[in-house]
Structures are given as C-alpha cells and as structure tokens.
Ligand binder design. Structure first.
Ligand SMILES: Nc1ncnc2c1ncn2[C@@H]1O[C@H](COP(=O)(O)OP(=O)(O)OP(=O)(O)O)[C@@H](O)[C@H]1O
Length: 231
C-alpha cells in the first residue's frame, strides 16, 4: 500500500499536491492535461523528485528519503532507458545491480528475456533490435526486479497502435505474474477506461484513485472538459 501523505512538490512556476493512498492491484491510469503534473507524480513516487512537504509511506514505513533503487517500485521510461553499448542480457541484468552476474543470475536473465519473447537475442545491443524488442528488454528488467509497483510514463508511445496494445498486454501479464500493480500515465482515454482505477491530475492536484467505471460514468467537470478534447 502506497500512501502520499499531504505531499507537495514545488518547482519554479509549478506545484503538485497529492494526498492519496494506492493499493497496488491491477492497473491504475494517471490522466490529465499536458503540463498538469502527471510525470511529476511518477517522479515523486519513484524517488527522482523529492517532496517539499509531506511524507511517502509503503505499508506504513516511511520511504520519503529512500533512493529510487530502494523503493518498492520499478519504472519503465518512455525511451526504455537502455544503455546502447550493452547487450539485451546485460541491460536486463542491471536489475540485479547488487553484484556481478553469476551463472545463476545469467540463467535468470535468459529466462526473463525468453519470457518476454526475446530468446536468441540476448547478445544484441539496442541498436540491433526493433523498438518493440527494446521495450521488451525493459520489461524483462522489470520482471527481474520483482517490485510490487510498476510505473509507466506514457509507455510505448513510439510504437504503432497494434504493437503498443501488445506491449500493454505483456505488461499486464508480467505484473500478474509477479503480483505487482501498475501505475501508468496515459494520454489515451481508452486506456484509462480499460484500467481498474484512475488518478486524475488537473491543475497541479492529484486525486485519490477512483474505480474507472464509476469515474467515467459521472466525470467531474474538469475531467469532462479534458475528455471532451481527447475522447
Ligand atoms: N525540472 C523541472 N523544473 C521546473 N519545472 C518543471 C520541471 N519539470 C517539469 N516542470 C514543469 O512542471 C509542470 C508539470 O510537468 P509534468 O511533466 O509533470 O506534466 P505532465 O502532466 O506529465 O505533462 P505531459 O502530459 O505534457 O507530459 C509543467 O509545467 C512543466 O513545465
């Protein structure tokens, strides 16, 4: 259970406020207008942006000052965050940062890459595989990290619609396999409607998650205005 207790992030000319609890089960979509603070919310949770006020808690234990690697979250970035000079296997093995990979680690990496459909491509560098395959390497890394919450910031935006749907399906499967929840920023209202619950970020304020069906049946006026432009 993730709690953002009265948190606030302040940057030059912008502030985000969040006071909410997230039970990491299923898919939670984060929606809202451009510049409203969605990425800022994810960066706050991941530990890349410190709050200027408030506390973050995981199952009641404070993680406000915990570095990203020590948080219960794994993040897939828009660009997949792969190192161009490392092979698919070495990029995936970065999930096991605490030591040099031994034979057992290499076997786990190979199994994770096979699980996401990349068997046989372990030795390829990012420049030698397709965009969809690069996303799968990032997903293999998440699989190896086995964190209870997976953060996705507008994932797979560079992929075509069919491939993107494929990848979102693969994320669901991986999340279910490791018992993780998914928190996903999206600009696609259909993704949000298909999610289990939705956090809206409007004018620098993040709402507590609400069941998607309930929210879309009767959206508050600010959300209705946003959906009117994007629906
Ligand atoms: N490092 C920073 N320093 C100062 N302001 C920033 C910084 N990063 C983002 N901002 C500003 O904070 C606000 C929120 O940005 P954020 O990226 O969280 O929005 P977003 O909802 O994710 O937008 P988009 O949908 O366009 O990606 C914007 O006004 C942005 O210009």
């Amino acid at each position: 259970m993730l709690t953002l207790e009265n948190t606030r992030v302040e940057m030059e000319g912008f502030a985000l406020a969040a006071d909410l609890t997230l039970a990491p089960r299923g898919i939670t979509a984060v929606i809202g207008p451009s510049g409203a603070g969605k990425s800022t919310l994810l960066n706050l949770i991941a530990g890349f942006t410190p709050p200027t006020r408030g506390r973050l808690l995981w199952d009641g234990a404070e993680i406000t000052a915990a570095p990203p690697a020590e948080r219960p979250v794994a993040m897939i970035f828009q660009d997949n965050n792969l190192f161009p000079h490392l092979s698919a296997a070495d990029n995936a093995a970065l999930a096991l940062t605490h030591r040099r990979p031994n034979a057992n680690d290499r076997a786990r990496v190979a199994a994770a890459l096979a699980r996401v459909g990349l068997a046989g491509l372990e030795g390829r560098k990012p420049g030698q595989i397709s965009g969809g395959q690069q996303s799968r390497v990032a997903l293999a890394r998440v699989l190896l990290q086995r964190k209870p919450l997976i953060l996705l910031d507008e994932p797979f935006a560079a992929l075509g619609p069919a491939l993107r749907a494929d990848m979102l399906g693969a994320v669901r499967e991986v999340a279910a396999e490791i018992g993780a929840g998914v928190l996903m920023v999206t600009h696609d209202a259909r993704d949000a409607e298909r999610a289990d619950q939705v956090i809206t970020v409007i004018d620098g304020r993040a709402t507590p998650p609400r069941p998607a069906a309930e929210l879309f049946a009767d959206p508050p006026p600010e959300l209705a205005a946003y959906l009117g432009d994007h629906g």
